[in-house]
Design a protein around this ligand. Structure first.
Ligand code: ADP
Length: 404
């Protein structure tokens, strides 16, 4: 029997999320999460397809201990990492810079390059590297593949990827717009084409990935031509805790007049801004509840969020020239009907509209929420980054094309 399983690992600074998928049928054999690694109160939650969820609590010192615990849980379900059915491990890597345009089989050179990118991804790449090193130590013989959040965006033209700053300074510090959430934008743009009954290269799609982090992308014929996140995930849309776009001079002002340090401003803009900074909540469910109860601050936060979103829809409409579909995805995009309705309201002249009844229906499947006669389709397309990572990993190790 040929090996058909892929373990997907998403290693954060204090967490590891994992899924074991069977690529013959896309089935999820197990999903799980280890959180608060390095603390006394670490927790591992493991859910196999064949049974009930199990939890372990108590200290898990580091990523090495975390992965060993995951391996034990998998082995207890007969899904151990030593199984001959395991074809590869696919790792989410946040920053691949300009260099990594495709999923890549990991060797020492690749590891060194991911390490070289740490200055542009100081929060994410070190954790991703730790996960990779630990997994390689556990199964040195198994192909391990890095799937980069930035890769889908490497097709952006220079006109979209460059900031209008001094070229020598930008190049010396590798400052350019890389974009993130790439596996989600790739998956959702393809799934949207499928929903329309077309091939990816036949359609132009605006993808709105609205989670706690949020980004938009303009995808022409299957290739990304612009995206809203930049050098880091701070640029672009209003997010749960990030400001998104802002006059960069706000930073000098806060330094010179507000007496704040670079680190303090970094924390302000990444952790204390966006929805939480505007109204004290970053969960769209709570914000909507407050709006419905007449809360003015929540209403202002919602309006600012929608205003920015609408500007990006308009901008990407202009970038693409012709738009076949706008796709909403991730926690807010998939679940918050009022966000979808408000973002598209008033854009009828652009061929965009939402049917209220369709928009109100909840579901796990990709679906259209625009009226039948809409010139531009509006869709809700649940994202599946783990499946995309597994698909890309498996395709690479099997040397075949798209398998799902
Ligand atoms: P991330 O992966 O960026 O952490 P998710 O894509 O899981 O985020 O999205 C999380 C966000 O989705 C929550 O902060 C919340 O605002 C929003 N969300 C989740 N469920 C709902 C819901 N039923 N209605 C409205 N918003 C929701």
């Amino acid at each position: 029997m040929t090996a058909s399983r892929v373990l997907v690992l998403n290693s954060g600074s204090s967490s590891v999320k994992y899924q074991l998928l069977d690529m013959r049928d896309g089935g999820r054999l197990a999903v799980g999460l280890v959180e608060r690694i390095g603390e006394e109160t670490s927790r591992l939650k493991h859910t196999p397809a064949c049974g009930e969820s199990r939890e372990r609590t108590g200290p898990i010192a580091d990523h090495d201990a975390a992965l060993k615990a995951v391996a034990e849980e998998l082995a207890a379900d007969g899904l151990g990492l030593d199984s001959p059915e395991l074809a590869a491990i696919g790792h989410r890597v946040v920053h691949g810079g300009k260099h990594f345009t495709e999923p890549t089989v990991i060797d020492d050179t690749v590891l060194a390059e991911i390490e070289r990118l740490i200055p542009v991804a100081p929060l994410h790449n070190p954790a991703n590297l730790t996960g990779i090193r630990t997994a390689r130590a556990l199964r040195p013989d198994l192909p391990q593949v890095a799937v980069f959040d930035t890769a889908f965006h490497t097709t952006m033209p220079e006109s979209a990827a460059r900031y209008a700053i001094d070229v020598e300074t930008a190049d010396a510090h590798r400052i350019r717009r890389y974009g993130f959430h790439g596996t989600s934008h790739a998956y959702v743009s393809r799934a949207t084409a499928k929903l329309l009954g077309k091939a990816p290269d036949e359609v132009n799609v605006i993808v709105l990935h609205l989670g706690n982090g949020a980004s938009a992308s303009a995808v022409r014929a299957g290739r990304c031509v612009d995206t809203s996140m930049g050098l880091t995930p701070l640029e672009g849309l209003v997010m749960g805790t990030r400001s998104g776009d802002m006059d960069p001079a706000v930073i000098f002002h806060l330094m010179r007049v507000g007496g704040m340090s670079a680190d303090e401003i970094d924390t302000l803009l990444n952790k204390k801004s966006g929805l939480i900074g505007l109204c004290g909540d970053n969960d769209m469910r709570e914000i909507r509840r407050r709006v419905d109860a007449g809360d003015e601050r929540a209403k202002l936060a919602f309006d600012i969020y929608i205003h920015r979103l609408k500007k990006y829809i308009g901008a990407y409409y202009a970038v693409l020239g012709r738009v076949d579909a706008v796709a909403f995805t991730a926690g807010v995009g998939e679940n918050a009907a009022p966000v979808r309705e408000a973002a598209v309201a008033g854009l009828e002249e652009l061929g965009l509209a939402v049917d209220a009844e369709r928009n109100a229906v909840r579901g796990d499947e990709p679906r259209l929420i625009s009226p039948d006669d809409a010139r531009v389709k509006v869709a809700v397309v649940p994202t599946d980054e783990e499946m995309e990572i597994a698909t890309q990993t498996y395709a690479l190790v099997k040397g075949s094309e798209n398998l799902t």
